[in-house]
Design a protein around this ligand. Structure first.
Ligand code: SAH
Ligand code: SF4
Ligand code: F3S
Length: 469
């Protein structure tokens, strides 16, 4: 859900493609949006690697620029168009000098805008929506013949099962924690949100494919997997025992895979948190005690207008049940302030809910109109200044809670998964069960090790810890 620019998550596997020539084509991937886009970019990079491409980390070095876009923010499409305007200049310079630069737009803006992208930005050779990434190599081949390609149908076949598996070498370079998409799309239609339109209806990946991918990840040294889905806990599928499984049963099965020591999942909808999943939190040490469970608002009136299909009290009861099953679980949330019709009292209800639940972290947003969603047509839009004021208050409360959570961790003995070298030599950074980065002495272990430490000190963005004697 990080809305900020995410660095390209791509790897190089030179010489692996079937039609690799002396000079492999070079691709630069730029990823915006949620973790699912990060995952998708990795899978597209893998597919392109197999097609003879090599990943590069600059626009200048690239023969293909692939922008994986997000549509969740206001003016998302306009920002893509201005970026494409800059690329148009680059492309005409390069191609005038005999180059052959291609530009492809993927992701949720591609899905939402479709053909319009080529019309407004003829610099673009390929527009490809999130459900058709398995057709990317073919789309590029057609574009190379001079065709402008737009692939935004929601196809009958499953994109995941038509995408080649990630090469082991690529997985290894990505580290010891990996994403694994198990579900995509959304049928919930919250009245503020574009996701059901850009990602399509809910689709669950079959159990066998998920296990296969988890085993491949584990074989390549991955120790923590984060299961992804727009509504990940709506995942369901036919289990090995012939019964219909929900996410709880799936997690239980994945926890038996050798080498997979930690499991997380995101993002959940409160309506889909069932007993089996809560029981998995109670029973499985592999299932990390951290849950992103967006509520959006604490006012029943607003929740209704948002079509969230739960009340504030139901949400709080759910949190109580989850905490009864796993007392040390930390929660994070998403909040929108200034949804159409939100009054001071409604906003106060949200603040009250936050005080009651106590979050470890949260993403906070001012409501902003997404054309095509029901919220866009509501005539009781809230003043921008009011939204800004409420956002500040809410963020202040969340920061207090985040700091309090960090302080509570001091003195605790926890397990860290060591993930990467620290910024300073002699340090290594691990991840706590609650997703906090924790800095420790590099002598403690190697990347991929799980070590036991005691938290000694909270920092601004990370914690410090020492080995347990
Ligand atoms: N269930 C999804 C939610 C995606 S959108 C998931 O997998 O993450 C992420 C968050 O963006 C939402 O929870 C919501 O808080 C925020 N958001 C979505 N549409 C918005 C809008 N129109 N204005 C402000 N915030 C919005
Ligand atoms: Fe959007 Fe609501 Fe679906 Fe989440 S549950 S993706 S907020 S429509
Ligand atoms: Fe953005 Fe699409 Fe993800 S709109 S948040 S990239 S599902």
């Amino acid at each position: 859900m990080t809305q900020a620019f995410l660095p390209p998550q791509i790897t190089t596997e030179a010489g692996s493609g079937p039609d690799t020539v002396a000079q492999p084509r070079k691709v630069f991937v730029k990823t915006y949006g949620c973790q699912m886009n990060v995952y998708d970019s990795e899978r597209m990079s893998d597919a392109l690697t197999r097609d003879g491409y090599q990943a590069v980390d600059s626009v200048e070095a690239a023969d293909l620029i692939l922008i994986n876009t997000c549509h969740i923010r206001e003016k998302a499409a306009e920002k893509v168009y201005s970026q494409l305007g800059r690329l148009a200049k680059l492309k005409s310079q390069r191609n005038a000098a005999g180059g052959d630069l291609m530009v492809a737009v993927a992701g949720c803006v591609a899905q939402a805008e479709g053909q319009e992208i080529i019309r407004r930005a003829p610099v673009v050779d390929v527009v490809i929506g999130p459900q058709t990434y398995h057709r990317l190599p073919d789309a590029l081949a057609r574009a190379r013949q001079g065709e402008s390609v737009v692939e935004t149908e929601f196809p009958a076949e499953d994109k995941f099962d038509n995408l080649p598996a990630a090469p082991e070498k690529a997985i290894r370079t990505r580290g010891v924690a990996a994403f694994l998409t198990v579900q995509e799309g959304c049928d919930k239609f919250c009245t503020f949100c574009v996701v059901p339109y850009t990602r399509g209806a809910e689709v669950s990946r079959p159990v066998g494919r998920i296990i296969e991918e988890a085993e491949r990840l584990s074989g390549a040294g991955v120790r923590e997997i984060t299961l992804l889905g727009q509504n990940v806990n709506a995942w369901h599928g036919k289990g090995a025992d012939g019964r219909e499984w929900g996410l709880g049963e799936l997690v239980r099965r994945l926890a038996t895979i050798d080498g997979i020591d930690r499991i997380r999942y995101t993002t959940s909808h409160p309506r889909d948190m069932d007993d089996a999943l809560i029981a998995a939190h109670r029973d499985l040490p592999e299932l990390m005690p951290y849950l992103h469970l967006p509520v959006q608002s604490g006012s029943d009136r607003i929740l209704k207008a948002m079509n969230r299909r739960h009340t504030a009290a139901e949400y709080i009861r759910l949190v109580e049940r989850i905490r009864a099953a796993r007392p040390d679980i930390a929660l994070s949330g998403d909040f929108i302030v200034g949804f159409p019709g939100e009054t001071d009292e409604d906003f106060e209800d949200t603040m009250r809910l936050i005080r009651e639940v106590k979050y470890a972290a949260a993403y906070t947003f001012k409501y902003s109109i997404r054309p095509g969603t029901p919220g866009a047509d509501m005539d009781n839009q809230v003043d921008e200044a009011v939204k800004s004021e409420r956002l500040l208050q809410l963020q202040e409360l969340i920061s207090q809670q985040t700091r309090a959570f960090g302080k509570e961790c001091v003195g605790k003995t926890v397990e860290l998964l060591l993930e990467k070298p620290g910024r300073n030599t002699g340090q290594i950074v691990g991840r706590s069960p609650w997703l906090q980065p924790v800095i420790v002495d590099a002598k403690l272990g190697e990347i991929g090790d799980i070590v036991t430490v005691r938290i000694t000190q909270p920092g601004t963005t990370s914690l410090f810890a020492e080995p347990v004697e």
